[in-house]
Design a protein around this ligand. Structure first.
Ligand code: SF4
Length: 88
């Protein structure tokens, strides 16, 4: 029976390596002016790791892979209240 990682990101799941590599390509294509700064991105992912809505890299509230959602400067957490905010 496969083990479900409740707190993992795609980057940490060997079984999701192909999807992770696709995600990296997508992230590389995001224009720099639309990206969250590296510190903001890491802080967002830290918040996701501590959130009960995270499951195998997916947010149960919005259905997004959090590593993608957190990468966009103008994105925000869908929780109420949000665990992380959009950049100005
Ligand atoms: S609700 Fe917010 S903090 Fe929780 S997994 Fe989704 S995006 Fe991350």
């Amino acid at each position: 029976m496969p083990v479900i990682c409740r707190r993992c990101l795609l980057a940490e799941m060997e079984s999701e390596r192909p999807l992770y590599l696709l995600m990296r390509e997508w992230l590389a294509a995001v224009p720099p002016e639309e990206r969250a700064e590296p510190e903001r991105y890491e802080a967002r992912l830290t918040a996701c790791r501590q959130c009960d809505a995270l499951g195998e890299g997916l947010c149960a509230l919005c259905g997004c892979y959090v590593e993608l959602r957190a990468a966009k400067a103008r994105a925000s957490c869908p929780a109420a209240p949000p665990r992380w905010m959009r950049a100005r």
